[in-house]
Design a protein around this ligand. Structure first.
Ligand code: ATP
Ligand code: MG
Length: 424
């Protein structure tokens, strides 16, 4: 036998028993974002490598060590998208959607990062992202957070995820803070973990995120970013909090929250859960007023977030929050014996589909004995089985078996659809 080829490490198949949960989640999100006036945008999975280098930032983990980058046959460097924001900006700007106007956009699809695969962390994973452009005021930051809270409410997750908020100020404020932080940390360089020592020269803000205990204890006495935040960023942050409070959105301020992508400024936020171990963040975002210009567009304020679908699916499963209606199950199974009955069973099934388009109707295909077909009906867990044989055709009737009681009744063929419709 030929050797079987396996999927790439960290890239998962989403099998039929899982895909119904994905569909439920995707549909719920699509409905919520639409109700806030967001329109879907789709862009390619592959982009020029420079888009992510310039967009996400050369010294971020993503660009330094996580990208799937390759040369195509022309020798051009391409990258499988590690995130959606840079592509969304590229696509919207290229189409002229950003200049002098506002946009509310969302997208979903696979992202690729070469990370160590573990629960909630994969090499191909999926995000749903929501981005807004052309609005620099705190009300749109609030809108996005309130929208995400509404989604948690719809999914039964409100109370299971905590909103963490911070402001990381303007680029100039961060630069001043970085200098102070590097000055301070350099004195204790030996006590920092290896990653943080490296980041001291490349991306010092990320040191605040370090999980290393020794590093965290050095950080206790470090200068605080808050002290470097200017009036504009501060009042933006306060306005956001006022709106959130008025809408009953609870949050905690996490002064260490900095996010791993370079384009953020002012507001940053994460929705975090305690149910998924180390992979705790299910949704993350913030303001990125500099990105459009950095990618060659006109200065355009922007704010957005992305959520990880795998982590949300895991969370819904862990908390047993998948509604019965989201699970796939057959309503009606159709059994037929003989050529005439086979033809009639098709006609009957189609009539039923016409009248009740939401029912799942499984018509047995492939012939076989009555006993065998009934076994399949049992296995399908359908609520009703319709049975047609030559006798039934001759008499113009159909047997209807209620699979929960085992009771079987015959109905005139022309009544079956109305009868089932009243029962299901
Ligand atoms: P983390 O700190 O968990 O690595 P991140 O800061 O790299 O996350 P973002 O780039 O902001 O994450 O992506 C937004 C969301 O996408 C994350 O909060 C998470 O839910 C999800 N996500 C990110 N990377 C992965 C991955 N490798 N596998 C599964 N989901 C992921
Ligand atoms: Mg990451």
């Amino acid at each position: 036998m030929a050797r079987k080829i396996q999927a790439i490490r960290g890239m998962n198949d989403i099998l039929p028993d899982q895909s119904s949960v994905w569909l439920y989640l995707e549909k719920t999100v699509a409905d919520v974002v639409k109700s806030y006036g967001y329109q879907q945008i789709r862009f390619p999975i592959v982009e020029n490598t420079d888009l992510f280098k310039r967009g996400v930032g050369e010294t971020t983990d993503i660009v330094e060590k996580e990208m799937y980058t390759f040369n195509d046959r022309n020798g051009e460097s391409l990258t499988l998208r590690p995130e959606g924001t840079a592509s969304c900006v590229r696509a919207a700007d290229q189409a002229g959607l950003l200049f002098n106007q506002t946009q509310r956009l969302w997208y979903m699809g696979p992202m690729f990062r070469y990370e160590r695969p573990q629960k909630g962390r994969y090499r191909q994973f999926h995000q749903i992202g929501v981005e807004s452009f052309g609005m620099g005021t705190a009300d749109i930051d609030a809108e996005l957070i309130i929208l995400s809270a509404r989604l948690w409410q719809k999914l039964g997750l409100l109370g299971q995820v905590e909103l963490q908020l911070n402001t990381i100020g303007l680029a100039s404020e961060r630069e001043a803070y970085k200098a102070a932080l590097v000055d301070y940390l350099t004195q204790f360089k030996d006590q920092l973990d290896e990653d943080s020592q490296r980041r001291l020269g490349t991306n010092p803000l990320r040191i605040l995120d370090s999980k290393d205990e020794a590093t965290q204890s050095v950080l206790k006495e470090a200068p605080s970013l808050e002290d470097f935040i200017g009036e504009e960023s501060q009042s933006h942050f306060e306005r956001l909090q006022t709106i959130l409070k008025a809408n009953g959105i609870s949050y905690v301020i996490n002064r260490r929250l900095v996010r791993g992508l370079d384009y953020y400024g002012k507001t940053v936020f994460e929705w975090v859960t305690s149910h998924l171990g180390a992979q705790a963040t299910v949704c993350a975002g913030g303001r990125y007023d500099g990105l459009v210009e950095q990618l060659g567009g006109k200065p355009t304020p922007a704010v957005g977030f992305a959520m990880g679908i795998e982590r949300l699916v895991l969370l819904l499963e862990t908390l047993d929050l998948i509604p019965q209606s989201a699970k796939f199950s057959a309503d009606v199974f159709v059994v037929s014996i003989g050529d005439d009955a086979e033809v009639a069973s098709f006609v009957l099934a189609e009539k039923l589909r016409e009248v009740s388009p939401n029912l799942v109707i499984l018509r047995h295909c492939g012939g076989g004995s009555f006993k065998n077909q009934m076994k399949k009906a049992d296995k399908s867990e359908a609520r009703f089985t319709l049975i047609l044989g030559q006798d039934e055709i001759d008499q113009g009737i159909c047997q209807v078996k209620d699979m929960s009681t085992g009771e079987q009744q015959s109905h005139p063929l022309h009544d079956v659809v109305a009868y089932l419709n009243s029962k299901l």
